[in-house]
Design a protein around this ligand. Structure first.
Ligand code: AGP
Length: 607
C-alpha cells in the first residue's frame, strides 16, 4: 500500500526521492508525487498511474531544484486515484507539505471543524486534514505542531513533513504504519521500508509507534510525544542490494520462485544444531508447552493458508488442538483465547493491519503470542511475545512465493520442536530431521521436473474457471494454488475440499472444465482419485499433481505436474512449487502485470 520517502542532504532531492519511490512500487499504488523545498517555496509534482510518468514529468527529477523533499505512492482509499487526491498535500499557506501512509478514522469531524475555521480543502482524502491541522497548530516549531496534530488523530499513520520555515529538515512520525530512518553521511532519509534505503545506506533506525523524528543532512533526532530525546539503536541491514533487484529474471515473482531452495535452506539451517531443532528466540520449556491447551493460528491471505497447512502438521506431531482463523474475522469474533492459548500470527510483511489487530486482541486476552514474520523490525515482530523470522530475504512481487514456503517450513520446525519437548522417539526424531534437511533439494527438484508448465499454461490460460481440489494438506495447498492463479492471472479459480464436490460444486463441472487435482497424500490418495473419476465422467479436463512415482495417476488424468518423493507431512512445500509456476506462466500468457497485479498491494496496512 502507500509508500513514503523523505530526503535531506546536499545532492538534488527529487532524483533520490524518485529512486526511492521506484523501490516502493511493489507495495502497490495508483498515483504518485513529490514535494521539494525550493528556496522559500515548496514545489509539488504529481501524476496518476506509474512512477515512470512522474519521472517523465520531472525530467527524472532533474527539473525540480532543491535538496530537501518528500515523496509518496498512493493506493487510493478515500477518493479516487486522481492528481488532486495524490500526495503530497499542501497547507493553505503553502508552508507545509505532507505525505501519509495509513487511514485517519476521525477525518470527517476534523474536516468539518477545519472547514468551519476557514481552511480550504483541495482533495477528498482523509490525509488533507493533517496538513491543515499542522498549519493551525504551528507557532514557530514544526515538532510541537506535529505533536499537537497527532494528538487529534485517530487511526494509523506514517507521516513525512517538510516546512518552508525549517527548510533543511524533514520530519516524520508513526503510529501503526511502518517508517524507517536511513542514516547516511551528510544526508539522511526516511522510507516505508528498507528497500528504498539500501542503495544509499545500510544504517537504519526502526521508528516505533508514537515516536517523532527530525532529520537534517547532519543529524537525526528521535523524540517521544513529550519532546524527550530518545536514544535509538542504529541497526545494520545485512542483505545484499541485489536481493531486491530482478537479477536477469523477467519478473520478481519468477526470481522469487527460483530462490525458494535457498530461502528454505536459510530458514532451516540456523534452527538445526547437532541433529536437533533449536529455537533460541523462543525460550520455551516443556512446562510452558504443557500449559498450552490449544494453538490458534491467525493470518490473512497466503499466510492464512500456510496456517491451514501447518495445522495438520502441528496436530499430527504434537496432538494439541489447532484452530486456524482469518485475522480479519478473529479480531471481531470475541475469540475463545486465554492464557492457555498459544496464538501464532503469520505475516510476511509484519505490517498487515488485520493481523496486527488480531495479535493485539490475543495479547489482551492473555495468550502467549508467537509471530512468524519475514520483515525485520516490522510491527508484528515487535508486538509479539516471541518472534521467529523466516529469513526469506526481501520479497518484492505482490504474489508471495518464498514468503509462503518459508512460513510453512517454520511451522514444520515448530511442530518438530514442540513434539520433541513432549518427548519423541529418537528414531522418529532423526527421520523428521532428515526429512526437513531434504526439503531445499526437493524444492529444486519440484522446479526442475515440470518443464511442461509453460505449455500447460498455454492450454488453460483461456479458461473461464479453474477448480483446485484436494484433501487435508492437499486441500490447504489447493487454496493457495487457487489464490496464486486468481491474483496474478485474473482467472476465476476456486479451491474445494475434494470430498465436498458432490455437495454442490460438481454442478459447475462441464465439458473441458479444468480441474487441478492434488494427490500428494498417500493415505487418502484413493479417495481423491475417486473424485477425479467423478469429474472426468462429467467432461472435466484433469491436471493431476502427484509424486513422480505414482503410476496410478497416469491413467486417471489428462495432464500432470510432479513433485519428488517428499515426507507426506511436509509435502505442501514442494506441492505448491508447480502451482506457483503454473500461475506465473498462465499470467504471462494472459499478458498480466505479474509483479504488480491490479488492485492489490504487497503490504495491506489498512483494514
Ligand atoms: C499473497 O500472494 C497475497 N498477496 C496476500 O494474500 C498476502 O499473503 C496477505 O495479504 C498477507 O500478507 P502478509 O503475509 O504480509 O501479512
Amino acid at each position: 500500500m502507500c509508500g513514503i520517502v523523505g530526503f535531506t542532504g546536499t545532492q538534488q532531492a527529487a532524483p533520490v526521492l524518485l529512486e526511492g519511490l521506484k523501490k516502493l512500487e511493489y507495495r502497490g499504488y495508483d498515483s504518485a508525487g513529490v514535494a521539494v523545498m525550493d528556496k522559500d517555496r515548496i514545489a509539488v509534482s504529481k501524476v496518476t498511474g506509474r512512477i515512470a510518468s512522474l519521472c517523465e514529468k520531472t525530467g527524472q527529477g532533474k527539473a525540480v531544484p532543491g535538496t530537501t523533499g518528500v515523496g509518496h505512492t498512493r493506493w487510493a482509499t478515500h477518493g479516487a486515484p486522481t492528481e488532486e487526491n495524490a500526495h503530497p498535500h499542501l497547507s493553505n499557506d503553502g508552508k507545509f507539505a505532507i505525505v501519509h501512509n495509513g487511514i485517519i478514522e476521525n477525518y470527517l469531524e476534523l474536516r468539518e471543524e477545519l472547514t468551519g475555521r476557514g481552511y480550504h480543502f483541495e482533495s477528498q482524502t482523509d490525509t488533507e486534514v493533517i496538513v491543515h491541522l499542522i498549519e493551525m497548530y504551528y507557532r514557530g516549531s514544526v515538532r510541537e505542531a506535529l505533536i499537537r496534530t497527532t494528538n487529534r488523530l485517530q487511526g494509523s499513520y506514517a507521516l513525512g513533513v517538510i516546512c518552508t520555515e525549517e527548510p533543511e529538515k524533514i520530519f516524520a512520525v508513526r503510529e501503526a504504519s511502518p517508517l524507517i530512518l536511513g542514516i547516511g553521511v551528510g544526508e539522511n532519509f526516511f522510507a516505508s521500508d528498507v528497500t528504498a534505503l539500501v542503495s544509499y545506506t545500510r544504517n537504519v533506525i526502526y521508528l516505533e509507534d508514537g515516536e517523532y523524528a527530525e532529520l537534517t543532512p547532519d543529524s537525526v533526532r528521535v523524540f517521544d510525544c513529550s519532546g524527550r530525546i530518545l536514544d535509538k539503536e542504529i541497526s545494520r541491514v545485512t542483505w545484499d542490494v541485489r536481493a531486491a533487484e530482478k537479477g536477469g529474471y523477467a519478473h520478481f515473482m519468477l526470481k522469487e520462485i527460483m530462490e525458494q531452495p535457498g530461502a528454505v535452506k536459510a530458514t532451516i539451517e540456523p534452527r538445526l544444531k547437532n541433529g536437533k531443532v533449536v529455537f533460541d528466540e523462543l525460550g520455551m520449556t516443556e512446562k510452558d508447552l504443557r500449559s498450552i491447551r490449544k494453538i490458534v493460528i491467525t493470518a490473512c491471505g497466503s499466510a492464512y493458508y500456510a496456517g491451514c497447512s501447518g495445522k495438520y502438521v502441528l496436530e499430527s506431531l504434537c496432538r494439541i488442538p489447532v484452530e486456524v482463523e482469518l485475522a480479519s474475522e478473529l479480531r471481531y469474533s470475541d475469540p475463545l483465547i486465554d492464557s492457555h492459548t498459544l496464538l501464532i500470527v503469520i505475516s510476511q510483511s509484519g505490517e498487515t493491519a488485520d493481523t496486527i489487530a488480531a495479535l493485539k486482541e490475543g495479547r489482551e486476552r492473555g495468550a502467549k503470542t508467537l509471530a512468524i514474520v519475514n520483515v525485520l523490525g516490522s510491527s508484528i515482530a515487535k508486538l509479539a511475545g516471541m518472534t521467529v523470522y523466516t529469513w526469506a530475504g526481501p520479497e518484492i512481487a505482490v504474489a508471495t512465493t518464498k514468503g509462503f514456503t518459508t512460513q510453512l517450513v517454520v511451522l514444520y520446525l515448530l511442530a518438530v520442536y514442540f513434539a520433541d519437548l513432549q518427548g519423541l522417539a529418537a528414531s522418529v526424531y532423526a527421520q523428521l530431521i532428515a526429512s526437513l534437511q531434504a526439503l531445499p533439494r526437493q524444492i529444486q527438484q519440484a522446479i526442475d521436473m515440470n518443464p511442461s508448465i509453460p505449455e500447460l499454461a498455454g492450454k488453460y490460460h483461456g479458461s473461464s474457471s479453474l477448480f483446485f481440489i484436494g484433501r487435508n494438506t492437499d486441500y490447504a495447498v489447493a487454496l493457495e494454488g487457487a489464490l496464486k492463479m486468481k491474483e496474478i492471472s485474473y482467472l476465476h479459480a476456486e479451491a474445494y475440499a475434494a470430498g465436498e464436490l458432490k455437495h454442490g460444486t460438481i454442478a459447475l463441472i462441464e465439458e473441458h472444465t479444468p480441474v487441478i487435482a492434488l494427490c500428494c497424500n498417500w493415505t487418502i490418495m484413493e479417495k481423491t482419485m475417486n473424485n477425479i473419476v467423478e469429474v472426468k465422467a462429467r467432461g472435466a479436463e484433469v491436471l493431476a499433481l502427484s509424486f513422480r512415482g505414482n503410476q496410478k495417476i497416469l491413467s486417471a488424468a489428462d495432464d500432470f505436474l510432479f513433485i519428488p518423493d517428499t515426507d507426506p507431512l511436509f509435502s505442501a512445500v514442494t506441492e505448491i512449487i508447480p502451482l506457483q509456476l503454473l500461475a506465473y506462466y498462465t499470467a504471462l500468457e494472459n499478458g498480466c502485470d505479474i509483479d504488480k497485479p491490479k488492485n492489490l498491494a504487497k503490504s495491506v496496512t489498512v483494514e
